[in-house]
Design a protein around this ligand. Structure first.
Ligand code: CP
Ligand code: NVA
Length: 300
């Protein structure tokens, strides 16, 4: 494993190795056991979009690993004035030991990996959000002890979260059911991957998708960069909400995850959100541990 560009690139074994290391690093952190695996290393973090969790968890994680994080806002870099990503990659490769990038086009992340010679970590693109899905898988395994026999249900936009969840959950052996409107289906490449799995289901009806689910997940109706479509999307996604009715058809002990930020009373009711806040905020915490594992795997 040289980069973390998308879940499609990872094998089941690589995913499990990252999750095992993440569990170990979480244990060590909670017990005050130092783990300075990246002493003397620097991670550059390029942000073309806003972030709370990704920025703070990478920055803190790098510090806890003994390395140095470098926040690089696209507004300040020459990349924001049109310097090609191919050149940025070759320059930064000579200064630092790894790059985490959050941007719009997946191609930009793939280009960084192709032209640079240091590990590239995808901190979210319009196509996928692999760091989030590793944290989600870690959280599911933490609460449910296993992936075997579990059914994950995702309700809402077939966006970056849906694309990565489908691949990650199917790869580790869980069944996956998605309910989305016809015009907002996941990426064709992801559907092509999923078509070989009998335990993958795509439907329009959230109640059908949520039936007997062990994990119920949603995400915002309008992602970063889609702000102008917000009103149109509010209409299209009417009914694609995690609420008491949906939870009533899921398993009694079903957990709820949300990558955050959440829009209460849109994709999830405030009531369901608060009833499952312990799972959702553990998921947010696990970003830190999962990403530390990714950095150690790629940069040590
Ligand atoms: N879930 C997530 O990636 O959060 P941020 O946008 O705050 O980084
Ligand atoms: N789908 C959301 C996820 C945010 C973490 C977005 O891209 O804005």
């Amino acid at each position: 494993m040289k980069h973390l560009l998308k879940m499609l690139d990872l094998s089941k074994e690589e995913i499990i190795e990252i999750l095992d290391l993440a569990d170990q690093l979480k244990y060590e952190l909670k017990h005050g056991i130092p783990h300075p695996h990246l002493q003397g290393k620097t991670l550059g973090m390029i942000f073309q979009k806003a972030s709370t969790r990704t920025r703070v968890s990478f920055e803190t994680g790098m510090y806890q690993l003994g390395g140095q994080p470098l926040f690089l806002s696209a507004h300040d870099l020459q990349i924001g004035r049109g310097e090609p990503v191919q050149d940025t990659a070759r320059v930064l490769s000579r200064y630092i030991d790894g790059i985490m990038i959050r941007t719009f086009a997946q191609k930009e992340v793939e280009d960084l990996a192709e032209y640079g010679n240091i590990p590239i970590i995808n901190g979210l693109t319009d196509f996928c959000h692999p760091c989030q899905i590793l944290a989600d898988l870690m959280t599911i395994r933490e609460f449910k002890s296993t992936f075997d026999g579990l059914k994950v249900c995702y309700i809402g936009d077939g966006n970056n979260m849906a694309n990565s969840l489908i691949v990650g959950c199917l790869k580790v052996g869980m069944a996956f059911s998605i309910a989305c409107p016809d015009d907002y289906q996941p990426d064709a490449e992801v559907l092509d991957f999923a078509k070989d799995y009998d335990c993958f289901q795509m439907v329009n009806d959230p109640m059908e998708a949520a039936k007997n689910a062990d994990v119920v997940i949603t995400d915002v109706w309008a992602s970063m960069g889609q702000e102008e479509e917000a009103e149109k999307r509010r209409i299209a996604f009417n009914g694609y909400q995690i609420n008491d009715d949906v939870m009533a058809v899921a398993k009694n002990d079903a957990m709820v995850l949300h990558c955050l930020p959440a829009h209460r009373e849109e994709e999830i009711t405030a009531k369901v959100f608060e009833e499952h806040a312990n799972e959702i905020f553990e998921e947010a915490e696990n970003r830190l541990h999962a990403q530390k594992a990714v950095m150690v795997k790629l940069m040590k």
